[in-house]
Design a protein around this ligand. Structure first.
Ligand SMILES: O=P(O)(O)OC[C@@H](O)[C@H]1O[C@@H](OP(=O)(O)O)[C@@H](O)[C@@H](O)[C@@H]1O
Ligand SMILES: [Mg+2]
Ligand SMILES: [Zn+2]
Length: 176
């Protein structure tokens, strides 16, 4: 099974230090929807693992988050693709959950859902927590320069991290 796991904010859609708090604020990055659709049409299963501490912080509710994800699925479907499982961590930094990145709980949940091993599966993110979560379960850490990627690139990267301009470039590589 060709499985690719994506972070959401800063990889699929624009991110903001003020959080993405509404459907109107959820704006796909250039080429991101097409990248997911291209991969899906080529037989890849594309899943998402996203921290959403804004829920715990009360910035938005679950219905709003689900509206964003319904819009994401709709946009991918309009380009002939299908988005796989979306897993989110609703907790805050002090909740001590197992799912908030850099903990790998969401990656493990995705692997269990599809009954596949995580070793070598690419996890594409824009933050250090994404890369560390990948390393924790032997996924391949992949950094994109969108979202917080340039800030992340300015720091030391986990061994083996691959770097791409954006999600479109990741798709181009995987489909080449
Ligand atoms: O990149 P993913 O995992 O899809 O989602 C990140 C968001 O949940 C938010 O995560 C927050 O971090 P804290 O949760 O406050 O540490 C901040 O970085 C926000 O700018 C960002 O929008
Ligand atoms: Mg992100
Ligand atoms: Zn959590």
């Amino acid at each position: 099974m060709k499985l690719l796991i994506l972070d959401r904010d800063g990889v699929i859609n624009h991110d903001s230090d003020a959080y993405i708090k509404s459907l109107e604020e959820w704006i796909p990055l250039p080429g991101a929807i097409a990248a997911i659709a291209r991969l899906s049409r080529a037989g890849w299963t594309v899943a998402v693992a996203t921290n959403q501490s804004g829920l715990a912080r009360g910035y938005y509710d679950l219905a709003t988050l689900e509206a964003m994800h319904a819009r994401l699925r709709q946009l991918v479907a309009e380009q002939g693709g299908e988005l796989g499982l979306i897993v989110h961590c609703p907790h805050g930094p002090d909740d001590g959950c197992a799912c908030r990145k850099p903990r790998p709980g969401m990656l493990q949940a995705i692997a269990e859902h599809y009954a596949v091993p995580l070793t070598g599966v690419w996890f594409v993110g824009d933050s250090s927590g994404d890369l560390d979560a990948a390393r924790a379960v032997d996924c391949r850490p992949v950094l994109v320069k969108t979202g917080k990627g340039e800030r992340t690139l300015a720091k030391a990267l986990p061994e083996g991290t691959l770097v791409f301009e954006d999600l479109a470039a990741v798709a181009d590589h995987l489909l080449s």
